[in-house]
Structures are given as C-alpha cells and as structure tokens.
Design a protein around this ligand. Sequence first.
Ligand code: 6PG
Length: 231
Amino acid sequence: MKIDPYQTIDQLYAAAADSFCELAVKCIRDAGRFRVSLSGGSTPKQLYEILSNRDLPWANIHWFWGDERNVPHSDADSNYLMVRDALLDRVSAPASNVHPVPVNVDDPAAAAVAYEATLKQHFPGQSMPAWDLALLGMGDDSHTASLFPGTKAIGETERWFTENWVEKFDSYRYTLTAPAINSAKQSWFLVSGVGKKTALANVLGDTRVPGLYPSQLISPTRWFVTVDAMA
Ligand code: 6PG
C-alpha cells in the first residue's frame, strides 16, 4: 500500500490523472483493453473532468460503476449521470463500452442481480472481477463505494455486487462488495479535505472495526491524499 500525500488537491488530481493514463495505456498495450470501476462523489468527479481533457484510447476502455444510487439515470443523484456529464459525454467513448447499473427503483435486488450477471460476463470464469483499476472515494463516515457503516453489504463475501439498504438515507444503494473491490489489480482511494481527517485516521489506525470503518475492508494499492486530510 502506497500513501501519496499532496499539498493541494490540484496536485493530487494531476498525479491521479497521470497515473490513470499511464495504467490505461499499459493495460491496453498488454491486453487490448482497460476495465475500470468508477466511484461516485465530488472528489472522483473532478478527476473525471480532468481525464476528459486527456488523450486516451477511448475505444479500448470499458467503464463500470462500483456503486450507484437507487435513482433513475436521469436523476441529479445518479453516479451514471455524473460520469456521463464529467467525462463520457465529452470524449468519444463507445456506448458499447459503458456499463451502467440497470437501476430498478422498485426492485433494487433484481437490478443488483442483473448487474452482477453483467460483471460476470465481462470477467468470465473468475471468482471475483479482476478490475484493472477500482477507483474509490471515502466518506467522512469512513464508507467507500456504498459500503456504509452498520449496513448489511459490509459482511457480504460471496456476491460481487448487491443492493444495500442505508438507513441514514432511507433508501437503497447498489455496491460492489469488499471482495469484488479487493480483486482489482489496482485500487486507488482519492481522499481530500480536513473533513476526512478523522475518518482517514480511523481507517488507517490500529483499531480494526470494519463495521464502523468500512474502508478498512479494502486493501488498496494506493492512497492519493491531500495533507489536510492526514493526521
Ligand atoms: C457515492 C460514492 C461514495 C463517495 C464518497 C466520497 O456514490 O457517493 O461512491 O463512496 O466516493 O462518499 O465522496 P466525496 O469525494 O464527495 O467526499
């Protein structure tokens, strides 16, 4: 695990964008494709905006969602819509490469099963999805993806993808499970802001309480962190 501290958020984004482009080009050179699981949130969003100005082999990148809200794709809270606006609608990303969660507001369990089947089609014969990269944010409550403290999905070890009731939102979310994130070849947290300081200290601390600090479930390969979020 590599923790990269940055003095400013702009330096963090520049480094993350450079690393993303380097990894994508390498994966495409070696395997002809780059399969990335995207995170929602404002920190990842600004990275997507920066990537939209980079020159990448868009036809060889496949975009998946690590988590989603239980709202229509047209809803302002949709992670799908956020990524479309911040990145995919600004570059020549083939529609066939974009794999959103098939949200079903009235039956999130069915939607989660359907997305899990989609993931298994893209990672055939694997016990868990071998993402080339899983991008992750972290909330000030130590959640990541939609693995929120005290929620059922935290304990899921068999499924790749599941619906998850989140009491504090009085709604369902959709999320990769922890093993389906840890199966990534590269997994990067993007964490910035003094508001994340306590959560980051808890997650990186010696006291392991994943039910309270769900980001502890993840063994990331890199942390991109601004110094204002570090103890
Ligand atoms: C979501 C995200 C979530 C997010 C964190 C960090 O759907 O909200 O997937 O896990 O990454 O909450 O969000 P910020 O970067 O906006 O703090």
